[in-house]
Design a protein around this ligand. Structure first.
Ligand SMILES: Cc1cc2nc3c(=O)[nH]c(=O)nc-3n(C[C@H](O)[C@H](O)[C@H](O)COP(=O)(O)O)c2cc1C
Length: 314
């Protein structure tokens, strides 16, 4: 059976991580992914510590397998959420949107595995020196907040730059992607967009349908003028956002316009005026299936591809 060092590092069956997603990856999805053999991750987003504590406890009630919490470093509650992760014995913490150097020491001291998401070789090198356990190298094909290097060039460059395990993210949805990531030197994949279209993910059905119906060129990036580009499916909201950036509207007004838009799509199901964050891989996401079915399918496909590739050696 296909296993990598990621399985040993995290105590999971399959080398597949469900990326933390603000508003989207609540305990229902995280617990389902962990229970099915991957690593499920609760997205702490900007939520206060009480909310995260409740999510962690519900996950622990549903599964005894390892899971994680993702802490975006722009959250006003970073320190409190770190405290919750330590107090609740969360096995893994991933971080996004910045450098987590300040929170690595307390998390490591508590025995928590720390896996930051990076979008550049420079940050990967810096974080390896701070003794993180692994890195997620996330390309700009991804949904949500992104860097500016694509997955294909980023992953092997990060792999070559560090000695710790590297997980590839951005543009993965099936067994082909998993094998490709392994070929680039990664020890597994982190997927976001693909996991949104599962029955256990609690986002509004309109959000899932929007992804299923989208093709390869459906996404757009906005927020470059703010220094925080975001990838989402093109709609009235992204068009208006892009227009405001083009007209040079003040940063303050653009931020005010964007606030609450992810929630509007995820909770209210308004996929016209809300932000439907998703990656370029949305064109390959064609169904909504239970997490366990998805993971089994990806692994079976990856095994078949590996067999087929072996036959290429004459
Ligand atoms: C709706 C949405 C919300 C996300 N929120 C976060 C987040 O809060 N923190 C984070 O580190 N990454 C976040 N991400 C990125 C994912 O964790 C993951 O790395 C990314 O989706 C991988 O690319 P893919 O969408 O091509 O699978 C988000 C992605 C999506 C689609």
């Amino acid at each position: 059976m296909l296993k990598t060092v990621l399985c040993d590092l995290l105590g999971i069956k399959y080398p597949i991580i469900q990326g933390g997603m603000a508003w989207v990856s609540t305990w229902e999805l995280a617990a389902a992914v962990s229970e099915a053999g991957g690593l499920g991750i609760i997205g702490a987003g900007n939520a206060p510590a009480d909310f995260v504590r409740d999510q962690v406890r519900k996950t622990k009630e549903r599964t005894t397998k390892p899971f994680g919490v993702n802490i975006p470093l722009f959250s006003p509650y970073v320190d409190d959420v770190v405290g919750v992760c330590i107090a609740e014995g969360v096995p893994v913490v991933t971080t996004g949107a910045g450098s987590p150097s300040a929170i690595i020491p307390p998390l490591k001291a508590a025995g928590i595995k720390v896996i930051p998401v990076v979008a550049s070789v420079a940050l990967a090198r810096r974080l390896e020196r701070l003794r993180v356990d692994a890195l997620v190298a996330e390309g700009m094909e991804s949904g949500g907040h992104i860097g500016d290097v694509a997955t294909m060039p980023l992953v092997p460059q990060v792999v070559d730059a560090v000695k710790i395990p590297v997980i590839a993210a951005g543009g993965f949805a099936d067994g082909r992607g998993l094998v490709a990531a392994l070929a680039l030197g990664a020890v597994g994949v982190q997927m976001g967009t693909r996991f949104i279209c599962t029955t256990e993910c609690y986002v509004h059905p309109n959000y899932k349908e929007k992804i299923v119906r989208s093709g390869d060129r459906a996404t757009i990036t906005t927020g470059h003028s703010l220094g925080h580009p975001v990838r989402a499916i093109r709609n009235e909201m992204t068009n208006e956002f892009a227009e405001m950036e083009k007209k040079g509207i003040s940063e303050e007004d653009i931020i005010a316009f964007g606030t609450g838009k992810l929630r509007l799509a995820v909770i209210e199901g308004d996929v016209v005026h809300g932000s439907v964050m998703a990656g370029q891989i949305c064109g390959l996401v064609n169904d909504i299936v239970p997490v366990a079915v998805l993971l089994e399918r990806i692994m079976a496909e990856a095994e078949q591809i590996l067999d087929r590739l072996t036959l290429l050696r004459k």
